[in-house]
Design a protein around this ligand. Structure first.
Ligand SMILES: [Zn+2]
Length: 492
């Protein structure tokens, strides 16, 4: 017989979005056994009075492919209530290995990245050294393209295309959930729409999802959404709009129209979803900001250089927290030259970009197509965007409880059941008998994000216990050291 745990007298948010209700939850081994009034004793008795129990949060937008291997405790996720990460977003995948390790270097300047072959080898690695949370992955178009044709800025020839298809097929056979693109990054930005349609068509009938960091999240947002919808339609696959937002003051408000595009596609019968992190600042590699000419030298760019703040800069940590605009003034350079100088010394520099409108963030969060994903960059050095640790607590505490942007039960649905159903995570995302015991015990009155941009390295408050596959990974707000996570492979 497996060990049993009962959480008594808690408020249950079951992931459905329906009203919470008081009950006990019985965990038997790795599964949820029963919800209701549980008679008799269990091996472990926990008091849930005044606490909420929800399905473990599913972070649908992560870059934790290598973090799961080199920082396997993954406590920077579980301490925020996350029990499953979907990695491989924005075109950055885990295979083919050489390309993946090259692209991941900016996020892992000091880590030895373990070797493996293909997604089969990646999943074997995860299983041989399990992480603290469950890991599912998307194949990354950028990585696949880099593996097939290096940084060539042209369409693939027939041989290169068949090599790309073979990489994706290997991933699908091994269990990736779909394909991601990052159409502002090298080399994803060199891909024409037709290339992505042809590659994504490999997933037709296989159930894979197409997740995309759009080609333009500024003035060209609507056209970029149109491209994503066309790819989904012509390839015959579901679409996930990654970190739905609009950047640049002159573009604020455009999300009303991008949401309308999503709504009307849905009404035509297309399967389209989105995810979001709950902040008015984004974060990425500085090289992408420069390559996409996001700030001009005469203030005509969409992003003001004083709003681009260095997050992590390995060789020059004194620049962390300083804006490109401030460095430009200090060095008497135009912003693009200052950024180029930073990149010359440290090509992997990451930045936080303050470029969104609070009203837009709330408009997207309110919409039924939006699920929650952190987009956290797992460098754990410098001043990472606080979304890495705090995304889910901020939606629950700040946006739901304090601002009333959406009801807590609905916020939890967008972190659990909606996400599991969309990505095909079978047996996860609900509090229901027979489901995996991925659970979060938190205090709805106190749950809150604590990291700020100036002082980001803090875990959220109010998240007391976290179970992954029935094993406690967080107890009394502390990581237990357990690593019960699984590699979650797509099930046909
Ligand atoms: Zn992205």
């Amino acid at each position: 017989m497996s060990a049993t745990t009962v959480i008594r007298n808690a408020i249950i948010y079951d992931g459905s979005g329906g009203a919470p209700f008081p009950a006990d939850v019985l965990i038997d081994g790795e599964f949820i056994a029963e919800i209701g009034t549980i008679g008799g004793g269990a091996d472990i008795e926990l008091d849930g009075t005044d606490l909420a129990v929800a399905p473990g949060f599913i972070d649908v937008h992560t870059h934790d492919d290598f973090a799961a291997l080199v920082r396997p405790d993954m406590s920077f996720k579980s301490r925020g209530g996350v029990t499953t990460c979907i990695a491989g977003n924005c075109g950055f995948g885990a295979a083919p290995y050489e390309a993946a390790a090259t692209m991941a270097r900016a996020f892992h300047p000091h880590d030895d990245l373990p070797e493996y072959k293909g997604y089969g080898g990646y999943f074997d690695r995860l299983e041989a050294s399990p992480p603290g949370v469950n890991i599912a992955v998307l194949a990354g178009h950028g990585t696949i393209r880099l593996g097939a044709m290096r940084l060539e800025a042209r369409p693939p020839d027939a041989r290169e295309m068949s090599s790309m298809k073979a990489s994706l097929s290997e991933g699908l056979d091994a269990g990736v959930l779909g394909l991601s693109t990052g159409l502002i990054y090298e080399p994803g930005r060199y891909a024409a729409t037709e290339e992505i349609i042809e590659l994504a068509s490999v997933m037709q009938g296989a159930g894979g999802i197409y997740a995309t960091h759009l080609r333009d999240e500024g003035a060209g947002l609507l056209g970029a959404i149109g491209e994503a919808l066309r790819i989904g339609e012509q390839a015959g696959v579901a679409v996930q709009i990654s970190h739905h937002k609009v950047m640049g003051r002159t573009n604020w408000g455009l999300v009303t129209e991008s949401l309308e595009l999503i709504e009307s596609a849905r009404q035509r019968g297309q399967v389209v979803h989105a995810d979001q992190y709950p902040y008015t600042a984004g974060s990425t590699v500085l090289s992408a900001v420069v390559q996409n000419e996001m700030f001009g030298d005469d203030d005509t760019g969409e992003i003001n250089a004083t709003d681009v703040v260095i997050a992590a800069c390995d060789g020059n940590t004194e620049w962390e927290g300083v804006s490109i605009g401030a460095l430009a003034e200090l060095w008497n350079l135009v912003p693009s030259a200052a950024a180029a100088s930073v990149l010359e010394q440290e090509p992997g520099t990451t930045v936080v970009i303050h470029s969104m409108d609070e009203a837009d963030v709330q408009t997207v969060l309110r919409h039924r197509s939006t699920m929650i994903g952190s987009d956290g960059i797992p460098t754990l050095e410098g001043r990472p965007h606080p979304r890495l640790y705090n995304t889910f607590a901020r939606v629950l505490g700040h946006y739901s409880r304090d601002l009333g942007v959406l009801p807590m039960a609905e916020a939890i649905r967008r972190m659990t059941r909606y996400s599991a159903d969309t990505f095909g995570l079978v047996g996860r995302g609900r509090i229901e008998a027979g489901f995996h015991a991925d659970l979060v015990v938190f205090d709805p009155a106190t749950v809150i994000d604590l990291g700020t941009f100036d002082d980001p390295n803090h875990y959220p408050g109010g998240i007391h216990r976290v179970f992954v596959n029935g094993v406690e990974v967080v107890r009394d707000d502390t990581y237990t050291g357990a690593r019960p996570g699984r590699a979650l492979r797509r099930v046909d």
